[in-house]
Design a protein around this ligand. Sequence first.
Ligand code: ADP
Ligand code: ZN
Ligand code: MG
Length: 490
Amino acid sequence: MSSAIAAPPDLIAKYEPVIGLEVHVQLATNTKIFCGCATSFGAPPNTNVCPVCLGLPGALPVLNRRAVEMAIKAGLALNCTVNRRSQFARKNYFYPDLPKGYQISQYDLPVAEHGWVEVEVGGVKKRIGITRVHMEDDAGKSIHDGFRDSDKYTYVDLNRSGTPLIEIVTEPDIRSSDEAYAFLTELKQILQYQECSTCDMEKGHLRCDANVSVRLKGAEKFGTKAEVKNVNSFRFVKLALDYEIERQVAVVDGGGRILQETRLFNPDTGETVGMRSKESAHDYRYFPEPDLVPLRISEEWMDEIRQDMPELPQARRARYMADFGLREYDAGVLTATRATSDFFEAVSKAAGDPRAAANWVMGDLMGALKAENKEIAESPVSAQNLGELIALIGKGEISGKLAKEIFAKMLSTGEAPRAIMEREGLKQISDSGALEKIVDQVIASNPKQLEQYRGGKTTVLAFFVGQVMKATRGQANPAAVNELLKAKLG
Ligand code: ADP
Ligand code: ZN
Ligand code: MG
């Protein structure tokens, strides 16, 4: 990383960073927020457009009910108060990819406000305040790298114009880049669980602006903030914040002044650079959107939405620890995505043993999926089948070792464990009649070891167990073999 602005760690330690995030999230609707055009990603340029999202004069917006539902879900999941009456507002600015000349957003009456998200960093739990959640439409996209040889041309693709977004603004409650990272991770998980958004950063479905200032520890007044715009991965947000904190401490400690400005993060250098100062910031001339009536949300609608909301990841983690006796780390891994968590719960139900289910999902299954670069949704082994496999071990029908063999076959064929077990004759032998015969044979054909055992060298037992397992191709129930051998030898 850059050494030009390095502030030594003991100097940085004298200061406290203050961070607030502004996160734009694309809602997972099929159609746009104010028209019926598709939101699908990757369509040929300017094919998913109509007079409304092209901003043609006289075209009127009609609010998408699903988008409002998702915004309400997000608000509730972020512990916000959902305003029964909110208002859209015009945010006026000119940009080539904004054909209306204004964005339809919300200003003084957002759909939800005053919430919080709990994060945990270094074993300490903390609430980060959510100032507001408001709805707005996205702009189109300018494509600057022309299709011709030169870069003379800029193209505008308006497919994205009118895509529904929510903007989530936090209070300046975050005190380190690690807390910012934890917050974003938790936020993404919550929104994905609610199916409000895919939060796919590569597709721009989640975009983060980070505001940061520093102040001497113990000081009351906040320092002047800089805003780092459009950082496109959580790791980069953390790196951008670390750079910015170090830069600001060096400036402030050297007696300098932080400019209130917008900065850009360069992932290649790990540095942020000034882009424009706040003094030249837009005056958006907000006013209530005249083409849309205020948004009213009835109590019944809220109830309907509440009932449709799944348990949140944090509640699931707590339940896995309390009811299933899982460790915190394991509960975290198993709830990382809703798909993983739902899969685990289905395995657990079919297995009748949550802890064994946790071990198999986190160990064998995730290992196998990772090796093939697959998501849990693409698992060749269904949750039901994995659960049945675990139940077979529990019932003593197969040993753990046999289960691994069967599991490998399940991975390649997708078959149910019992089908594989029966076809390949992989059933565990615990039937004492059948085992007794084999044990007798093994003892009879090893007189020397028998003599040693009876002479007091009881460690030879392991040799006999090994012989029986070999004779049964590993299918004997080890506990039953041990018992039988002890009885016969002694
Ligand atoms: P602006 O008027 O510049 O948009 P806001 O008050 O709306 O500023 O805050 C925007 C974001 O910046 C919020 O997430 C807020 O928590 C954060 N923020 C505000 N003041 C500071 C500060 N002094 N240092 C760091 N973050 C701040
Ligand atoms: Zn349209
Ligand atoms: Mg603001």
